[in-house]
Design a protein around this ligand. Structure first.
Ligand code: ADP
Ligand code: MG
Length: 697
């Protein structure tokens, strides 16, 4: 349960004064729905109002706070002209300008004959110094209060800085003093303030320099967040380890049978990673390993052979995939790979997704429970409560960043402490591996199967769409199959879909029946039908939203066209590109970019032209864009860090990992005084599920 001291921070923003339901919606969009989200919404700029010149000395173009005498109101002669208020001081005169003004309001706040302090941007118009719509108007005694540095926050349409800043001030008022969770010596060495002081300081930058992520207050907040992340992962790890593992060792017979029937030789990397995995399985410790390998590196066969090792030992193995399409594809592939075994050894494999229903489902469940089924491939349907295994010893999670830690745990709790292998196709930099997977052991498939053709990658302006359609026509003439991926539209699946449907209609009018469409909103069976038609060649151009990112293997597909490639993350583009170049034919990837492609975006796309090395691409992407966007935040399940920036705080991450390790070593149940404070930290960063892993959580 969340500790009481944090209750105020986890109240909805509507609890703050001045925030009704309408404003709350906007605040929620900009920062989040809870008061704590406002604390994490740090300023990205400042307005310096300390400049307080006399009128004669004031420089146009600057923000200034000026004390003036209100001389005369000059209402607008018509609606298009502004309402003016003429002012002066001992040195000169200036004009306050208001469009669409409410005269009664202005008469009240700026009464003729009195003095007022006004603060806003100055400019010069027709030789006159003027200030349009002052940000602040106050009485004389408010001068000092107004002459400050004001934080500027990221906003959203319809939300003014003033309103958001007021909400954040309100949120800061709710921030309690919390017991220190950091090591006293460490915090002293770093010169960091306490948490509540840090959050206050982060919202009160004294100048531009204070916005740097390396400033003590910001660094502290980043470290707090990273520590919460690392501690949560460490708790998951010991929780997995706590259930004693078992030694699973097969005689290699089934594996040999499958390997002998393969039309290719395993790569060195496949052999090595397989040894690492089966080595873990054979040890009595619980395996918690990550198999990292670029698209096309050949992870499936490695996973299957490891699964067979469990079956050789008389146990069951499961493979969990994130989507229906991918699950079915794995099932089809693996079914084919174990064909020789099914015939000679009676090895049974099952498919379990949300779509297996009624009698079929009951049959599958019964055979899993009895142990007649040795291998099962499924979606998250696999870790629902009523699914029972006879003896599940090994679980492969094909992750692709879609599962959270707790799902991984749920499946790992089935069976008798099964070994867990997580597979990911996204080559992520080491620092991010840590934040996402914590201290998992890592096996890397860093060698591509021989005989792969390099992919030709080109960038082309969308303005040349006709040329692209022409190129597609020529490619189709040679029997090629084409993926045509449609743009990602910020935060809107509906818009993604509209764009894809438009392109589909367009290509349909050019190429007729051979064009198909697949998108995330389609029913599973419809999706499968389209994919199958594409695999068989009935459909030659497949228009898709990014659903194809995680799945499908169509070796005949040799062309990948991505519209508005600049809107995708590099890692995502790399994944998409990995869908082609799987067969013997030369493949081509066309990255179409929109008009007004900036220098930075161009440089990013060029990286893809330069290399097919996923790890290099990921490192570059991290360097250029920061972690938040690395995986295309919307699709990824990447932990969204709000305080920490992986491009800057890499060293803090390493320190947080070491700290988390030490903490767990000394006080694994977080029961000491620091332990109690650390629990609050975990709740503060919403790692509630990690606290629940503690015995007294
Ligand atoms: P990943 O899951 O890592 O993206 P897959 O396991 O789907 O890659 O393998 C991609 C393709 O490469 C499959 O068609 C597979 O049969 C083939 N493949 C796997 N290992 C090898 C190998 N050692 N030599 C040649 N082809 C291989
Ligand atoms: Mg695969």
């Amino acid at each position: 349960m969340r500790p009481e001291i944090l209750f105020p921070l986890f109240a909805p923003v509507t609890k703050l004064p001045g925030i009704g339901p309408r404003i709350a919606k906007l605040v929620e969009k900009a920062a989040g729905a809870q008061i704590v989200d406002l604390l994490w919404h740090l300023p990205t700029g400042i307005i310096d109002r300390r400049y307080a010149p006399k009128i004669a000395d004031a420089t146009p173009g600057r923000v200034a706070t000026i004390t003036v005498q209100i001389d005369r109101h000059v209402p607008a002669a018509n609606k298009r002209l502004p309402y003016k208020v003429l002012c002066s001081d001992a040195t000169g005169s200036m004009v306050l300008v208001f469009f669409h003004a409410r005269a009664d309001y202005l008469r009240r706040t700026l009464p003729e004959g009195e003095q007022r302090v006004v603060s806003g941007s100055l400019d010069k118009f027709g030789g006159e110094l003027q200030m349009a719509h002052p940000d602040h108007i106050g009485k004389l005694d408010e001068l000092e209060r107004l002459k400050t540095v004001e934080p500027v926050y990221p906003l959203t349409q319809g939300l003014s800085l003033k309103v958001l800043a007021k909400a954040i001030t309100g949120a800061l008022g709710q921030a309690p003093d919390l017991d220190e969770w950091l090591d006293a010596a460490y915090i002293k060495r770093q010169g960091w303030p306490a948490w509540s002081a840090a959050i206050g300081a982060a919202h009160a930058p004294a100048g531009e320099a204070a916005l740097a992520p390396t400033m003590p207050e910001r660094a502290r907040l980043a470290f707090d967040e990273l520590l919460a992340n690392q501690l949560a992962l460490a708790l998951v790890r010991i929780n997995l380890r706590r259930a004693r593992g078992r030694a699973v060792e097969g005689d290699g017979g089934y594996r040999k049978c499958v390997v002998d029937a393969l039309p290719f030789k395993l790569t060195g990397a496949q052999v090595r990673t397989l040894q690492e995995i089966t080595g873990d399985m054979a040890s009595p410790l619980r395996m918690h390993r990550l198999l990292q390998g670029d698209v096309g590196a050949g992870k499936t066969i490695v996973a299957l052979l490891a699964m067979l090792a469990a079956v050789e030992a008389g146990a069951q193995a499961a493979l969990l995939a994130p989507t229906e399409i991918l699950t079915r594809q794995h099932f089809a592939n693996i079914q084919e790979l174990i064909e020789p075994l099914r015939e000679s050894q009676g090895i049974e494999i099952a498919l379990l997704t949300g779509r297996e229903k009624g009698k079929t489902r009951e049959g599958i469940l019964a055979r899993l429970a009895s142990g007649e089924t040795h291998l099962v491939i499924g979606t998250h349907a696999l870790f629902q409560e009523h699914v029972e295994f006879h003896d599940l010893a090994f679980v492969v999670v094909d992750e692709q960043h879609r599962f959270g830690v707790h799902q991984r745990l749920a499946l790992a709790e089935k069976g008798q402490a099964p070994d867990v292998l997580v597979m990911t196709a996204t080559p992520i930099p080491r620092t991010l591996t840590l934040t996402f997977y914590g201290d998992m052991d890592v096996s890397k498939l860093d060698e591509k199967p021989a005989g792969r053709q390099p992919i030709q990658t080109r960038t082309i302006s969308l303005a040349r769409l006709d040329d692209v359609v022409g190129a597609a026509r020529r490619a189709l003439g040679t029997g090629a199959r084409i993926y045509w991926v449609c743009p990602l539209v910020e935060e809107s699946e509906t818009l993604d879909l509209a764009a894809a449907e438009d392109r589909y209609a367009h290509l349909r009018s050019v190429f007729g029946e051979s064009v198909g469409l697949v998108h995330g909103r389609m029913k599973g069976a419809d999706k499968d039908a389209v994919m199958a038609a594409f695999a068989e060649g009935g459909i030659q151009i497949l228009v898709a939203t990014t659903v194809i990112e995680v799945g499908v293997d169509v070796p005949e597909a040799t062309v990948m066209i991505v519209e508005h490639a600049e809107r995708f993350g590099l890692a995502q583009l790399h994944q998409l590109r990995g869908r082609i170049g799987r067969g013997a034919e030369t493949s081509t990837c066309l990255l179409l970019y929109g008009p007004a492609l900036g220098e930075g975006a161009r440089a990013r796309l060029n990286i893809l032209k330069d290399t097919e090395d996923g790890f290099r691409i990921a490192e570059e992407d991290l360097r250029l864009r920061g972690a938040g966007e690395l995986m295309g935040a919307r699709q990824s399940g990447m932990p969204a860090f709000r305080m920490a920036d992986m491009a800057v705080h890499g060293e803090l991450l390493a320190a947080a990992r070491d700290d988390a390790r030490l903490i767990i070593e000394r006080d694994p149940e977080l029961t000491g005084a620091r332990g109690a404070a650390l629990r609050v930290l975990l709740y503060l960063f919403e790692r509630d599920s990690a606290v629940r892993l503690l015995r007294s959580g």
